[in-house]
Design a protein around this ligand. Sequence first.
Ligand code: SF4
Ligand code: SF4
Length: 197
Amino acid sequence: MQLTNRSKQVSNKEMTLMERAYLPAIATGLAITIKHFFSKKVTIQYPEVKRYLGPVFRGRHILKRDEDGRERCTACGLCAVACPAEAIQIVAAEREKGEEKLYREEKYAAVYEVNMLRCIFCGLCEEACPKQAVYLRHDEFIPVFTERDQVIWGKDLLVEDMTNRYTREAWTKEEAHALDAKRASGEVTNVVPRAIP
Ligand code: SF4
Ligand code: SF4
């Protein structure tokens, strides 16, 4: 009974002199090596060179501001509840009169901290947020810690800098998938990153 169509008839014929010297096999191996030597490298000189990881890669957290520079977070706590690692700590405060230019909603996060040692970069906080306030950057990793006090990231490190706004090509998975499909079909080749509206 034949179990596979990949079986081969084994030949018992005598090897030729060339075959016994393994020269054809060595030449074939060398040809493969030379071919790869001149082909495009798949490796990069990390960390000097960094690979583009895609529009929704999950790196370091950022607390977004709106187009007027106001913090979007309303301290609802949904991201902290969704976080499986219990890495987010929030202390809510009420917006005072005159602070309308700082905070978009009447309630804001006076303290917003992420414990980067606990965080597993799952992105559930991003998905849970109803205000499009918290995102995980696609272009930046968390740096390596050398001190204990570098582990907790507060608002000083998380809130977006309006002079250097974080932009990306796609803000949702759906947008990213649609973009990938358009790139694959050749419909688009270059997309300009934009700030979230
Ligand atoms: S990425 Fe995941 S683990 Fe990290 S803070 Fe957000 S929900 Fe928590
Ligand atoms: S980041 Fe979003 S989900 Fe988290 S507290 Fe702020 S508004 Fe709520």
